[in-house]
Ligand binder design. Structure first.
Ligand code: 13P
Length: 251
């Protein structure tokens, strides 16, 4: 059985003070929820303080990005090794990075390799844009992203995939449970082709895009969906907690 994952991607929100307050507001209750892997992904500057607050709890910490070079003259960037001392997971290839920061499949691939190289677990994001969806190209896009992101990666070592259709991110227009399940099943078959059946059976594949406390029950009972990558709703303690609690109850 695959343990479901609920990961909160805070994106570029919260000052350090706000991040600390948000964690304080949900830490104790979140810690108690079993059968769900709970992950918080605050901005870089809040990783250390949030890490301190959740030390000794069942809550895990993730970053939102990294740079693939080992070290050196890359002003403003953060390496995989720097993160490895702070957190366990890292979001890679989010559509916002692809869209606003020009991340290509090749860059995403280097970042995945850098993360795995230091034992960080990537949350690899893939997903089609609205026009691609409307043109019936969803499968072509996600299989292409998967193939380029994982090129030359021999072992996935805890890597998680997040299927995030771009048209569903921050729009309030989530995919239906059935749509998400179908594409995630397709992604799993692709992983079986790239690796083998065992890897495909064990890998967790999340849905992301306008997941809230009000619609999470639509996704979690779907057999292929192993959790959610939550944006906006992860910034509200009670709502995030509700998403996690409902997921646990449905497991
Ligand atoms: P929203 O939940 O705000 O739509 O964001 C989803 C997302 O991009 C998570 O990575």
């Amino acid at each position: 059985m695959r343990t479901p994952v609920i990961a909160g991607n805070w994106k570029m929100n919260t000052t350090v003070g706000e991040a600390v307050a948000l964690v304080r507001a949900m830490r104790a209750e979140l810690d108690k929820v079993s059968n769900v892997e709970k992950v918080l992904c605050p901005p870089f500057v809040s990783l250390a303080p949030v890490g301190e607050l959740i030390k000794g709890s069942s809550i895990k910490l993730g970053a939102q990005n990294l740079y693939f070079a080992e070290k050196g003259a890359y002003t403003g960037e953060v390496s995989a090794l720097m993160l490895a001392g702070l957190c366990e997971l890292v979001i890679i290839g989010h559509s916002e990075r692809r869209q606003y920061f020009g991340e290509t499949g090749e860059v995403v691939n280097k970042k995945v390799a850098a993360a795995l190289g230091v034992g960080l677990k990537p949350i690899l994001c893939i997903g089609e844009k609205l026009a691609e969806n409307e043109a019936g190209k969803t499968e072509e896009v996600v299989s292409g992203q998967l193939k380029s992101s994982l090129a030359g990666i021999a072992s996935l070592d805890g890597l998680i995939v997040a299927y995030e259709p771009v048209w569903a991110i921050g729009t309030g227009r989530a995919a239906t449970g059935e749509q998400a399940n179908e594409t995630i099943a397709f992604i799993r078959r692709n992983i079986s082709g790239l690796y083998d059946d065992k890897v495909a059976r064990e890998i967790r594949i999340l849905y992301g895009g306008s997941v809230t406390a009000a619609n999470v029950a639509e996704f979690m009972p779907q057999p292929e969906i192993d959790g959610a990558l939550v944006g906006g709703a992860s910034l509200k303690a009670a709502e995030f907690l509700s998403i996690v609690t409902q997921t646990s109850a449905m497991g």
